[in-house]
Write a protein that binds this ligand. Structure first.
Ligand SMILES: [Fe+2]
Length: 222
């Protein structure tokens, strides 16, 4: 019988394949679904959690509706064997950073070894994760070299891409082109997403409002 990690990988592959089959910017992720199909099997790695996951993951999965309920359940089932991490641990603590960082977590799922954390699926040429953002939390505007594709599994939120704000919810897919600025604001609901980068090259994330000055650059706006 497949492990919960292998089951999550299979479910994610199906979701990603379907999302890319119809998305107008799918060419940014050409070949990614085929590469995901060749990942695995799962490895046993140290699991980790935090207050965001301990408090919010189960209730978020329980209220999930829409096309990816099965994926949500598989994220929950895989969690006892998964590293759920905090973001931007390399940045200096500040009230603004803490307001985001302590209320957001991501599951490092398929990736290279990342800052010493072992992903349960080793993948040297892509990054696949799941994110959990608590209610009323701002993920500040940021950008990065790799294109990025998100899918909203559970909850509704406001998503900024460039100068455009959109209300999104379960089943919606959001694509960021290279260095396209994006920010996410939750309202009353926690939000669970899946996310994929097609490459691990040039993975620095630029977050002008929180980066040290000497690492910042202005977000490009399209
Ligand atoms: Fe991003």
């Amino acid at each position: 019988m497949d492990s919960p990690i292998d089951e999550l990988l299979a479910s994610f592959h199906s979701v990603l394949s379907n999302a890319l089959a119809t998305h107008p910017k799918a060419e940014l992720f050409a070949g990614l679904a085929d590469r995901v199909a060749n990942l695995g099997p799962a490895r046993t790695v140290p699991a980790s959690s935090n207050a965001t996951v301990d408090t919010w993951l189960t209730p978020t999965v329980e209220v999930t509706s829409g096309p990816w309920v099965d994926l949500a359940r598989k994220v929950l089932a895989a969690t006892p064997e998964s590293p759920w991490l905090r973001s931007y641990e390399n940045l200096e603590s500040s009230p603004q950073l803490d307001a985001f960082q302590q209320h957001y977590s991501f599951l490092l799922f398929a990736a290279p070894v990342y800052r010493g954390y072992e992903p349960p699926v080793l993948a040297n040429d892509m990054l696949i994760g799941f994110t959990l953002q608590e209610p009323n939390v701002e993920y500040p505007a940021h950008h990065h070299g790799p294109a990025e594709i998100y899918g909203v599994i559970s909850g509704h939120l406001e998503w900024q891409v460039g100068n455009t704000w959109t209300s999104v919810g379960p089943g919606d897919v959001i694509v960021h082109r290279s260095h396209e600025s994006h920010a996410m604001y939750t309202g009353d609901e926690p939000v669970l997403t899946w996310v994929a980068w097609p490459t691990t090259e040039d993975g620095h994330v630029y977050m002008p409002s929180l980066d040290p000055d000497d690492m910042s650059m202005e977000p490009l706006v399209y």
